[in-house]
Design a protein around this ligand. Structure first.
Ligand code: PEP
Length: 248
């Protein structure tokens, strides 16, 4: 089951074009089957169908993720929005919720994240909730309180499968990776907080994200309660993404 595997999910963010995607998707589709690893990619929505077609030969080994989802209903007068049911229809099975860039640029609230989580589950998809503190919050000693408050949107959620990515905001796209000690401490905290919110009979995956690359991946994967990685920049290079998967 994927709940025993290490997840390596590539978040392409707002990058890619049909032509350049072709080579990257070719590399990803050619990755050797690894029993211990669950591979996911989150291309921009216009390329979801391209990604699905290009990875079809690899069967269901490559999971498709969406970077964002509407908080509104399945259909309706919500110009510009894409619903969870549409993402399912387009072949996604994983959906990022709460990425820090969504709060930074779109002022996403806890209540909106909760609504998105519910929509994703209602469409039969797995949400991947992103949490993480800013540098100012860490320097003020508020990193655990901040992350706990972000995790609280999981309380009483109708799911026994909880996937979270811990992404310290100061480590995203900065080349500043958290130390293994910082990662160990926060992942342990997140694990315990999820158990206290959701009960002990849940399947849990906690991914680390923030400047993961082929050099630091093995060290990060060796940390207790690190069940995978959410990879931004390094997921845009087939060779780097493959090396991170090998390290998992
Ligand atoms: C991310 O934004 O999910 C991320 C981890 O980015 P990067 O790997 O580029 O730091």
């Amino acid at each position: 089951s994927v709940w025993q595997q290490k997840w390596v999910v590539g978040n392409w963010k707002m990058n890619g074009r049909t032509e350049s995607n072709r080579a990257l998707l070719g590399d990803i589709a050619a990755l050797p089957a690894a029993e211990r690893v669950c591979i996911g990619i989150a291309p921009p929505l216009p390329y979801l169908a391209q990604a699905r077609a290009a990875t079809a030969q690899a069967g269901n080994r490559i999971h498709l993720a969406a970077q964002e989802v509407s908080r509104f209903a399945d259909n309706g007068a919500y110009t510009g929005e894409v619903s969870a049911h549409m993402l399912a229809d387009a072949g996604a099975d994983l959906v990022l919720v709460g990425h820090s860039e969504r709060s930074l640029y779109f002022a996403e609230t806890h209540a909106e994240r909760r609504q998105k989580l519910e929509n994703v589950l209602a469409a039969g998809l797995q949400p991947l909730l992103c949490v993480g503190e800013t540098l100012a919050q860490r320097e003020a000693g508020q990193e655990q309180n901040t992350v706990a408050a972000q995790l609280d949107v999981l309380a009483n959620l109708n799911s026994r499968h909880i996937a979270v990515a811990y992404e310290p905001v100061w480590a995203i796209g900065t080349g500043k990776v958290a130390t293994t000690a910082q990662i160990a401490q926060m992942h342990e905290f997140i694990y315990r907080h999820i158990l206290s919110l959701c009960g002990s009979d849940v399947n849990i995956r906690i991914l680390y994200g923030g400047s993961v690359n082929e050099q630091n991946a093995a060290d990060i994967f060796s940390v207790a309660h690190v069940d995978g990685a959410l990879v931004g920049g390094a997921s845009l290079k087939g060779g780097s993404f493959a090396a991170i998967i090998r390290a998992a």
